[in-house]
Every structure is written in structure tokens, then in C-alpha cells.
Design a protein around this ligand. Structure first.
Ligand code: WTA
Length: 664
């Protein structure tokens, strides 16, 4: 039977037909770090004890007095009383044990490369930390980072962490306005950027964007500029300094600033259901333990592995699974700067073959793109080194899962479909590859130490075979601690829907719809709020609407995510114009560009429909569901609650003609 999800899609029907089950192969199990399901039982039996055991694998200056303090829920404290500096787990201990082990193989988009050992990484992090300290950065100061995917990016994060200065990374694809807003919210003192970044053979003018942003950022005192392309940039006297000049002659050691387990490690902004991004706050101790533990379990990490996560460090996946998790585990990683089709559509596979990559971690949207390009590209290369292959960011459709399994995993590398969020800090639901049977399209079951469930509108756990809302039922080490400077919003967004404070029952609402199958497996069905998922990136409908309304010709705008076979969802906008404006091709192009400038290219609508009115309920709420139906050209739902129901047919007519013309 086809259940309709809130967004009206019929994904469940396809999922319920999906009955294929993949057992971990005997060959994989025989070499796996974890091959017994008892790990789930052990963790359940003594959850906090199990987490303490994982924490023992990290380097602490002072051990904790208490594993978890949940007395002030939903504000958690993990490893209470402990002291550490996260970079000592990620660098110092590996430098001692194995200084010449490679930390990063960097692969530049134009074809240049750089090999960085743990010792070299340690030394450059210390030099940069010394440089930042000279610029006045102290423990607790926020530092904004706005760069391309070059080695100096993880170095910048680690240098901040060395000083106990929280970093706030802003994805290099965001616009200067987005950067400005995030810098101002975080009140960052310093911004680190590069002259330009390489992307698809072209140059992204990061320093120019940063200059423009900083004009309206009163908190910024200094700008550090890494030279990547050597492009012409304007250095502002007294404010700007080149990275190479800053680190020149600096000591290659720097004592780590000791932080409390609950000191802030970073703030990372993510979209919510309002136009204002949320500053998600993560703290040092729990985040380290969560990221390192999940990385080790999910990817079956071994000392000689060559691990490749294709995400950008501007997103949480890069924070947890390029920087902190892998380095804490002493792994060798590949970092790639550019797009997967430069110079040709086999770039990822060329990298896998070149470095004999053992784990690759990428996004369903990328996999669907590879499917479209065809199998000839992976077939050009020997991918037999791959042992575990992972996905993150959005639901993976069974067809893409099978393709990934067949053409990338060679039918033998287990797939780990990992569900988590910026807020959760690390993976929550995922197979353990040597233990968990997988099903194409399901993230399977919660990892050991995690509590998750699916509940109905009343917050009651649904029986197997039913759908509802995904919730997290137990606090976990890497959980967000708050929204930066807005604890009320934190409580309201995540903890108000299903918690019962009077009974001291705290339930985290993730904002995702999900279904449990008859075996209790979790099938994620996408967001249930007004957040779109474009190529695995969360963008709020309201942010795009605000950007559109910001244009002088626009009176009102409504934005929805419509299903798209490659990007998961695509942005469909409906716009009413102020009198005297013409909804023509020229304005259409201008509006799309306007959104790109206001937010970033990822937020540029795939289609814009000009209409005289937007469909609204009697209380004046825009009926997004109806617009989604129109965008996906389904039969229209019930429109009787509509105040202006005849506009719908009009919009539908215009939408079908204009959307067939527009494509990105
Ligand atoms: C979605 C990315 C289905 C989900 C790490 C979540 C997924 C949002 C999966 C978080 C998955 C992430 N299957 N959906 N394996 N992984 N999502 O904060 O909607 O950028 O709430 O974190 O992505 O996106 P975020």
C-alpha cells in the first residue's frame, strides 16, 4: 500500500517492495574489527560504561568525574570535569608513535598533490596556532574560516582547536551575505580565507567575497589569506596578512591550551525552518569520543587504511569524518579539492586507484550523478582496494544503492548508509559492516550506545511496519549542546515536540520522517518540516523566500522542494511581482542570480513560476503542499480550505509550461 508522507511522495511504496537483504560476506567478517552482534548488547547493558570505555581510547589531561550529567536536560554535559585538548588525541600521540605516517594525501583539482605526515601536520598546526596567537586569538575567541578544500583548511580548524578558540567554518560555496551573517552571529575576531579556490577548472573569488562580507562585520580584526591560485587580491593594510608570512619563522611547537570537556569546540550554522540559520554548538570531549568511535566502528578502520571522504569540510561531515574522527583514529586520509568531473567524469575513481583507497564516503546525489554518467568511468579504474563504501546526507534510493554496490563496491564491499545531522555531531544510525545485515535504502539500526525510535503524532512508539517521526531517545556524546546564543530556540526546535518535562522525559525531534519495517529496520523518508534537502544539503524554504523578496521586483515568494532524480530535491519558487514588473526571461535569470548572490549557488531555484497570487489557507498560510504537488505535476490535492482556490489552476498551468522550459 502506498502511504503518503507529509510531502505527498509515495516513497514508502517503493520501500515496502524492497525485500533484498545483504549479509556481510564471510570474507569481510573474518577480517572485520567487529564481527559479533554482542557489541549491541554490551552497549545496551551499560550504556554509559560503554561510552566511558570508548573515551579511554582518547588522550585526556584529566579524566572525568562523571560520564553524563543530564540533570539539567536538555542541556547535557559529557565527561564532566575532564580536561583535554582535542588536537593531542588527533596529532601529538600519533607524532610520538608514528611521526612519518601520512595524515593527508592532498589531491588538488588542477592535478597538483601534496603528502603531509602526522609530524608535518603537527608542526604546521603549531606554527599557525602561534601565528593566530600573535594576532591576538585567545581561548574562547571565535574564528571564522571560509576556504576551499586545501590542506590549510583542516590545519586552520586544528590550529584554532590548539588554542581553545572555537571555529566557525562557512562553506566556501556560500555568498558574502551568508558569510557576513554567520560571522556577525558568532562575533568572530579573525577570518581565515584563501585568495581563490579552484572549482571545475574555474576560480572562486573567496577573498573578494570575504572582503565584501567583512565590510559589515564589526567584530573582525584580522584576515588571514592562504595563497592557493596566486590570483590578484587586494590586501588591506593593517588588517590582512598572508598565511605564509604569518607562519614564516614561527615555532613548530605550541603547548596545547587545556580545555574543559564542555568548552565549545566549534559552532556550525545550519538551516532551520526560519530564515535565520542556527549556530549549532559542539563541545570538545563528547564530540571527540563520538566522532572517533563511530568512525572506527562504521568504517572498520585499520592502521593501514587509506580513507577518502568526498565531503567538504564546510559541512559537518567534513568536520567529523575528514578532520576529527579520522585524525583521532590515526588514519591516512585523502583530501580532494574539486568536483568529481574535472578533468573528466572518472576523477574520484582515478583517486581511488592512485591511492588504493580502502573506504570511500560520499553522498547519494553524487552516486545518482555517477549512474547517469554511466559505468564506463568507474570501469576505467581498479577499485578492488575498496573495503567499505559509505553514504550520507539524504535517503539513498534502492536503485542507487544497488548500483553503488555493484559498480563501486564490486559486489563485495559492504555499504554503510549513515544517518545523522549537524546537530547530532556524528553518525547515529548505520550498519556495522561486519555485523549488520543491510537492505538497499535502509540506514538499518541505531549504532551501539544510541537510542532512536519512530513515534506517532502523540509521541508513542509505532509498531514495526509503520511510519512516523524519527526521534532520539537517549542523550549521546556528540549531541549539540545548544544553539549559539539562543538556548530557548534550542529547547523549542528540538525538545518541545515530544518531551514530557514534568515526567523528566526528554526526546529529541530530528525533523525527519521515517518508517520501521517488520524487522525494526529504519527507513528514512526525508524532512517533515520546511527544510529542503538539495544534493544532501539542508536549505530552508524561508531563506530562499527571503532572498527572493529582497529583490525590488518581488512582492511575495513561496519556495518548495520538488523531487529531483539527481539532486534529491530541487528548489521550485513561486513568485508574485510588484506592480509594473514583467515576469519575463530576463527577470527570471536575474532572480536566480539574486538568490545565488544572497545565499550561494546551491540555493539557486531550479525553476521560478510567476503568478498573480499564491494559494493560501484562510488563516493566510501559504499552502506549500499544494505547490509541491504542482511542482511535481501530480494531481492536485484538496483545495477547499483555500481562500483563493482559482489561483491554483492558474499556477498549475503556468508551472507546467515554464518548468518544462527551465532547467539548470
Ligand atoms: C538527511 C548531514 C536519509 C536527514 C550529516 C537529516 C539522511 C539531514 C541521511 C541532516 C541518511 C542525512 N538517510 N537522510 N543516511 N543522512 N540525512 O545537518 O534529513 O547537513 O535530518 O547533516 O540530512 O543534514 P546535515
Amino acid at each position: 500500500m502506498a502511504d503518503e508522507t507529509r510531502d505527498g511522495s509515495v516513497t514508502i511504496e517503493a520501500l515496502m517492495d524492497e525485500t533484498r537483504v545483504f549479509e556481510p560476506s564471510a570474507e569481510f567478517v573474518s577480517q572485520a574489527n567487529i564481527s559479533s552482534p554482542s557489541i549491541y548488547e554490551d552497549a545496551k547493558h551499560d550504556r554509559l560504561g560503554w561510552w566511558a570505555e570508548q573515551a579511554e581510547k582518547m588522550l585526556w589531561r584529566k579524566k572525568w568525574d562523571q560520564v553524563l550529567d543530564w540533570s539539567n536536560a536538555p542541556f547535557a554535559k559529557w565527561f564532566v570535569g575532564a580536561e583535554l585538548n582535542i588536537t593531542e588525541s588527533c596529532l601529538d600521540r600519533h607524532v610520538q608513535a608514528n611521526p612519518d605516517k601520512v595524515a593527508f594525501y592532498f589531491e588538488g583539482e588542477p592535478g597538483d598533490s601534496r603528502v603531509i605526515t602526522y609530524k608535518e601536520l603537527y608542526e604546521e598546526v603549531c606554527q599557525f596556532a602561534n601565528g593566530l596567537a600573535d594576532l591576538g586569538v585567545q581561548k574562547g575567541d571565535r574564528v571564522a574560516i571560509y576556504m576551499g578544500m586545501i590542506p590549510e583548511l583542516p590545519i586552520a580548524l586544528l590550529a584554532c582547536a590548539r588554542l581553545g578558540a572555537p571555529h566557525s567554518v562557512v562553506f566556501g560555496g556560500f555568498s558574502s551575505d551568508s558569510l557576513r551573517d554567520r560571522v556577525n552571529d558568532a562575533e568572530a575576531k579573525v577570518v581565515i580565507t584563501c585568495d581563490e579556490g579552484w572549482r571545475n577548472g574555474g576560480r572562486i573569488e573567496l577573498k573578494n567575497f570575504a572582503d565584501k562580507a567583512v565590510e559589515e562585520c564589526p567584530s573582525i580584526e584580522k584576515m588571514v589569506v592562504v595563497q592557493r591560485t596566486g590570483g590578484d587580491v587586494q590586501m588591506v593594510e593593517g588588517r590582512d596578512i598572508y598565511y605564509h608570512d604569518l607562519i614564516d619563522g614561527k615555532a613548530k611547537e605550541r603547548p596545547a591550551t587545556i580545555t574543559d570537556s564542555e568548552d565549545m569546540l566549534f559552532v556550525l550554522y545550519t538551516s532551520g525552518t526560519t530564515a535565520r540559520p542556527k549556530g549549532i554548538v559542539h563541545t570538545v570531549g563528547g564530540y571527540l569520543v563520538g566522532a572517533a568511535t563511530t568512525h572506527r566502528l562504521v568504517f572498520d578502520i585499520k592502521p593501514d587504511d587509506i580513507y577518502f571522504c568526498t565531503a567538504d569540510i564546510g559541512w559537518v561531515t567534513g568536520h567529523s569524518y575528514i578532520v576529527y574522527g579520522p585524525l583521532a583514529n590515526g588514519v591516512t586520509s585523502v583530501i580532494y579539492e574539486g568536483v568529481p568531473n574535472y578533468p573528466d567524469k572518472d576523477r574520484f575513481w582515478e583517486i581511488v586507484e592512485k591511492y588504493k583507497v580502502t573506504q570511500i564516503y560520499t553522498a547519494p546525489t553524487a552516486i545518482r550523478t555517477f549512474m547517469k554518467w554511466g559505468t564506463e568511468y568507474p570501469e576505467r579504474h581498479d577499485l578492488s582496494s575498496l573495503r567499505v563504501i559509505g553514504t550520507v546526507g539524504e535517503p539513498i534510493n534502492p536503485e542507487a544503492w544497488i548500483w553503488y554496490n555493484t559498480f563501486i563496491g564490486g559486489g563485495k564491499a559492504p555499504i554503510v548508509d549513515t544517518w545523522w545531522q549537524t546537530e547530532t555531531g556524528h553518525i547515529m544510525i548505520s550498519p556495522i559492516p561486519g555485523v549488520t545485515r543491510t537492505k538497499p535504502g535502509s540506514a538499518t539500526i541505531p549504532l551501539p550506545g544510541m537510542g532512536a525510535d519512530i513515534v506517532d503524532d502523540e509521541g508513542v512508539s509505532v509498531p514495526n511496519g509503520s511510519g512516523g517521526y524519527l526521534v532520539l531517545t537517549e542523550p549521546w556524546p556528540g549531541m549539540l549542546r545548544t544553539i549559539y546564543k539562543d538556548p530557548e530556540r534550542f529547547k523549542d526546535v528540538y525538545w518541545s515536540r515530544f518531551s514530557k518535562p514534568s515526567e523528566n522525559k526528554w526526546v529529541y525531534f530530528a525533523g525527519d520522517g521515517a518508517k520501521k519495517d517488520l524487522d525494526g529496520y529504519f527507513w528514512l523518508l526525508g524532512r517533515v518540516d520546511d527544510v529542503m534537502n538539495i544534493s544532501g544539503h539542508r536549505i530552508s524554504t524561508l531563506e530562499v523566500e527571503s532572498a527572493l523578496v529582497d529583490h525590488p521586483a518581488v512582492a511575495e515568494a513561496a519556495v518548495v522542494g520538488r523531487a529531483d532524480s539527481t539532486t534529491g530535491q530541487a528548489i521550485a519558487a513561486f513568485v508574485t511581482l510588484k506592480g509594473g514588473n514583467q515576469g519575463d526571461e530576463k527577470l527570471l535569470a536575474e532572480l536566480r542570480e539574486h538568490v545565488a548572490v544572497k545565499i550561494g549557488k546551491i540555493a539557486r531555484p531550479a525553476s521560478i513560476v510567476f503568478t498573480d497570487e499564491l494559494p493560501k489557507t484562510r488563516s493566510g498560510k501559504i499552502m506549500r503542499r499544494l505547490l509541491r504537488d504542482i511542482s511535481e505535476q501530480r494531481k492536485l490535492g484538496d483545495v477547499t480550505t483555500l481562500a483563493n482556490s482559482d489561483v491554483v489552476n492558474e499556477i498549475a498551468k503556468r508551472a507546467s509550461s515554464s518548468m518544462s522550459k527551465q532547467a539548470d
